[in-house]
Write a protein that binds this ligand. Sequence first.
Ligand SMILES: *Cc1c(COP(=O)(O)O)cnc(C)c1O
Length: 355
Amino acid sequence: MEIKFTKAETLKAKPADETKLGFGQVFTDYMLVMPYDEGQGWHDPEIRPYGPIELAPAAMCLHYGQTVFEGMKAYRTADDKIQLFRPMENFKRLNKSNERLVIPELDENLAMECLMELLKVEKDWVPSADGASLYIRPYIFAVDPFLGVKPGAHYLFMIILSPSGAYYSTGLNPVSIYVENKYVRAVRGGMGFAKTGGNYAASLIGQDEAHKQNYSQVLWLDGVEQKYIEEVGAMNIFFVIDGEVVTPELQGSILPGITRKSAIEVCKSWGMKVSERRISIQEISDAYDAGKLQEVFGTGTAAVISPVGHLKWGDKVMEINNNEIGEISQKLYDTMTGIQWGKIEDTFGWTVEVK
Ligand SMILES: *Cc1c(COP(=O)(O)O)cnc(C)c1O
């Protein structure tokens, strides 16, 4: 499909200090927009200057939340190549989210073509500072001006780009996590496995409570019994118990993270035992008391590997590995970021170069 290009009158100045970028605050010169209209399908993709879009006040996405999104990064290697990490996995997952929210399928190759074209135009925006990257946000939302509840007949697919700083500015600091036992994020049969704004809206109140208690993130339990571990807001969760790596199995209410999947594959390639199964918070507490809980870490595109130093469940605060990063967490972090930034050989074939 031909992608139209509308040139910006002026270009923005690139960030002067890439170490102060933060996350998701600066946007590049261009964005990609592609409409979907019933009967016509996805059509007329356009790369045009980044800026406000016109939306009807009755646009369905604003009222009933028919939206999905993805999150990935472009990395600049030491020899000045730009590369992506398993990008087709993101577009496959986008379609799984689409299916759950009754949004029309978007051809994964077309989505990839749109992204590659946009990245070619915006290559210079990929930061070169250590740990910095260009965050990529593809998303789809229903735009029909209609207040009835039904799946939309008109959508926009957009991609915006945001240069973002290193997640860790002072090494891998362990985070403190609070186990939420009042609210739930998602239930089986709901849309927990889909990357959609509604799951985040449901999670804000727990996040707020965690912050009030000086914890940075929430560990969600299952929505039925509130016994079994699900995930951490925007990260999947892993435990190392007595030498074995364990993570909750994907059963519908957990987001199938690409970092999760990759971490499992890397651990298996090292010959480690990895189990995807149901894990109760009681089991974790018991393993802690028995001195068998060696490491806890989260996985996600933003932080890659995020060691957990404290885990608060009710009145109990578990300090993991003396609040220091564990051996496996560190090795996973070095391996995955090494592949992403092209510092070590990608024996898995996960990276895709932007040419
Ligand atoms: C995106 C996301 C993750 C992490 O997925 P990655 O593909 O590893 O970035 C985990 N949980 C939720 C709720 C998410 O939205």
